[in-house]
Design a protein around this ligand. Sequence first.
Ligand code: BLA
Length: 523
Amino acid sequence: MPPVAERNSPVDLESCAREPIHLIGRIQSHGVLFALSEPDLIVRQVSANASTLLGTPVDAILGKSIEAVLGPPQFETFRSRLRSDDLAPASSLRVSIGKPAVEMNCVAHRHDGVLIVECEFVKGAHWVAPAELSANIQILLERMERATTILDYCRVAASEIQRLSGFDRVMIYQFDPEFNGEVVAENGGVTEPRSPGNLKYLGLRFPSTDMPAQARELFLQNPLRAIADIDSAQIPITPEIGPRTGRPLDMRHTFLRSASAIHLEYLRNMGVRASMAISIVVKGRLWGMVACHHAKPWHVDCSTRAICEMIARNLALQASLRIADAAQQSQVASRELLEDFADELEEADGSVNSRSFGGTRFIELFDADGLVSHLGGVVALQGVTESHAALLPVIEKLKKLAVRGIASSDKLTALDAGAESYRSKASGALYIGINERANDYLLFLRRELVETVEWAGNPDKSVNTDAAGRLSPRVSFAAWQETVHGRSRPWSEAELDSARALRVQVRHLQDIAKLRQLEERES
Ligand code: BLA
């Protein structure tokens, strides 16, 4: 139990995020796991259920070659796969093992100096026959070709993953910058008994605490995770500490790993018995997740899982292309504007001052509502703004936060409580520090965007702590409305890029103007 000081406090959530889920030491019961040393291929750790499957005590499996488990012909095939380094999950090996012999799909990977071999039972698993699969892929490709927006792609991916995997409900949710997720596409979802008043999750937001930082990190490394039955037995790995490594088995890349108890309780509270989650990774960051739910135990075989993973990868690729496209378009627009701006100044007297930013074109470029410019000691206000004096505390904070002159916020009240008084006029700001010594800067402002957010359950009660300090996830996922005040539309990466370009341009123009003045003085 954590020390008293750590209980009932935000530290609880941090400690949740510190749970080493990759070292959980248990697997799900629809397979067996062997951890081998190389090159001798001796079993050093094994899941306890191997004993029932093989009809031998665990001690008789440990310390022997995996050849004793696979039998000589299968062992040869297995060994040649290892030599060819062909260990991709999609290339599973069908083996027949145990007494009596059962069919299993066998997948291997290397991690932390250990060769981990996972075999899962074929019987009882949902799979798609090759003929059906090719028809499905054709339909998928046609629908993807017709999709024009990221949202279209999400919808196609959700419905095709549902069709292939057979899950009751398939959702795509997208993370915001703080890793709260909003369900943007949903298919199915009418059979879950626990959520009768809440049959749809589409449009609902889930707080970042539902999937803590270490789970997100794990999902970057291992993009697909399936839980066949949240109530099935959890099988311990034995011995717990690897005799060669001296550490618990690192299971981050395994697919049989048991899930953290708190997450199993979360799924139980949602009325979910089986789940599959696939990461959508864009530019090395989790963009979103595919979340699949089933009201009964549901196990999807590895080849079908691999296809679902491919669909999620394709979605990620489409999302990154669209994001890159949008960034390029805004880059072109800002470059053109900056070129025109430089030409006009050239034709005038060449100096940059607060009047140079008159008109609405810069406000439009940054999709802002107002602009405060402070150049050469002169303040000019355009569009919707608050007085310069009232904005000064926020400006000072942004100056301190600025990286190479740029800082932004979509919640000014978080920087200065005084911003509450003018939040309807300015709730967000983009600060461009041109010249620190001269205290020259531009401050673009955005108005408050009052938003009604529907959460899946009250986000302030996303975690409960009982008298003993034990954490548990929330029980209700019913839609819970929150009106968000004091926020503006967020500043996009492309807008921050434009801000950097504008800063470079204005500094350059100021340098030229200075040189000119010097030349004029000398001549
Ligand atoms: C894991 N939480 C997850 C995963 C998802 C979510 C997708 C990983 C996938 C999985 O193993 O199923 C969250 N699932 C969702 C959301 C939806 C969904 C948002 O279906 C919406 C539709 N969870 C909590 C709290 C904690 C917590 C309070 O609610 C901790 C204090 C922890 N979530 C938690 C942990 C994991 C997790 C530890 C990792 C589970 C594991 O893989 O061992």
